[in-house]
Design a binder for this molecule. Structure first.
Ligand code: SAM
Length: 233
């Protein structure tokens, strides 16, 4: 199956237009109690996976929406570039940075797989993006990432993963999201192989939530987190 990028863009443009400015907009949990639990558990897990950040680090947040994670990371680093192809989210993020007087988070409106940079990023944060990319787009993105990172750079990936098998949702109506939805849930092995081809080794990975957690809603998928480190070439 392939996903039509226009459908993904329409989904996010429409969601941004009708959803309130709360983290559920981008983390897709509509139940307020579950959303709060999800945020708390994820923050702890992501902080553990980020480890100690260096104040001179330059960070890239791909598919970063309006900066839910970027604003959390920014106080500990020199700069965070956020890239997203949904213009309303980029506008919200830019407005939020101005409102909060945060001057080390900048937003760029672009498809992640088309984004290039002359910076050399120490950390690339990818949360909830790769499931919307077809294989050719994923390969292009991984080539791009290799072009603006260096040996020792970290990629932190937080993404839906097929368990135990690759799983795809072809464009279909979601009652929970009140929209048509499509996504590709690659397996852990598929992610590890794709990143290995680009010179990245997985040094650690986990399910985001413990077995039995109410947030493990679907038997075919798990939200997972991976820490990749770029090897010397
Ligand atoms: C599930 S949300 C995650 C947002 C944010 N990373 C977070 O964790 O809160 C997916 C985001 O990816 C963006 N997106 C999807 N496909 C994209 C692409 N090809 N290039 C850039 N952004 C994309 C959407 O606009 C949306 O903001």
């Amino acid at each position: 199956m392939t996903i039509d990028p226009a459908d993904v863009k329409r989904f996010w443009d429409e969601r941004a237009a009708r959803h309130a400015d709360d983290p559920g907009l981008t983390n897709l949990e509509e139940n307020p109690e579950l959303r709060d639990l999800k945020i708390a558990l994820e923050e702890a897990r992501v902080a553990d996976y980020l480890g100690t950040l260096r104040e001179e680090s330059i960070v890239l947040d791909l598919g970063g929406g309006y900066g839910v994670w970027a604003f959390k990371i920014a106080p500990a680093v020199a700069h965070v570039d956020v890239v997203d192809f949904c213009a309303p989210l980029v506008e919200r993020g830019t407005a939020k940075a101005a409102e909060l007087a945060v001057n080390n988070v900048t937003f760029t409106h672009a498809a992640a797989q088309d984004f290039t940079s002359t910076r050399s990023y120490d950390l690339v944060f990818i949360s909830g993006l790769l499931l919307y990319l077809n294989n050719d787009e994923l390969d292009l993105l991984l080539d791009r990432i290799a072009s603006y990172t260096h040996a020792g750079s970290v990629v932190l990936l937080r993404d839906g993963t097929g368990v135990p098998d690759h799983y795809e949702i072809t464009k279909r109506w979601s009652e929970a999201l009140q929209a048509n939805y499509a996504a590709i849930y690659r397996t852990r092995d598929e992610y590890l192989a794709a990143f290995a081809r680009s010179g990245y080794a997985c040094v650690r990975d986990d399910d985001m939530f413990e077995a039995g957690c109410v947030l493990n809603k679907f038997p075919e998928t798990r939200l997972r987190i991976y820490r990749f480190v770029r090897l010397p070439s």
